[in-house]
Ligand binder design. Structure first.
Ligand code: HEC
Length: 129
């Protein structure tokens, strides 16, 4: 009903005004989606935690790991953790078991905390050399 009215105002024939109106709407939707994905791509190149999980990981990192790996994970007493070339499995193992005389084992962290830490570490890119 309303699409016909708008169609008539636009000078369209009554018979196909609905479908023309729908085509305009579809085109608008596509443009909107395109613009949204363009901005999303832009922000994803910024290396900062965005998801809730990554943010949780960042908080845990600041509390538990930063004293040795530095606030930005660039390394201090412990190595630089940016752009880690380790599997999730290996990182998980390192956090849970630690390394004797080097890094403590974080035995109390639950699975959720560990996956959050890993997803945070994955947001950290190796700095350009
Ligand atoms: C007391 C200091 C200390 C704390 C606290 C600490 N680490 Fe470490 N970490 C180290 C040291 C030292 C190494 C290097 C050990 C080695 O290579 O044998 C290391 C190594 C690692 C590695 C392996 C890096 C690589 O390239 O092989 C990961 C991953 C890691 N730490 C993650 C964490 C996370 C996540 C936390 C917090 C939950 C944490 N560490 C807390 C000292 C620490």
């Amino acid at each position: 009903m309303s699409s016909n009215v708008i169609g008539e105002r636009l000078g369209l024939r009554r018979g196909d005004s609905g479908s023309v109106f729908r085509k305009v709407l579809t085109a608008l939707a596509i443009v909107t989606l395109f613009l949204q994905s363009a901005t999303a791509a832009e922000t994803s190149s910024v290396d900062a935690p965005k998801t809730e999980k990554e943010k949780r990981g960042q908080k845990l990192f600041a509390r538990l790991c930063a004293e040795c790996h530095a606030d930005d994970a660039s390394g201090d007493e412990g190595p630089d953790l940016r752009g880690l070339d380790l599997s999730d499995q290996k990182i998980r193992k390192m956090i849970m078991q630690g390394r004797k005389g080097e890094m403590p084992a974080f035995k109390k962290l639950d699975d959720e905390a560990i996956t959050s830490l890993i997803s945070y570490l994955r947001t950290l890119k190796e700095p350009e050399k």
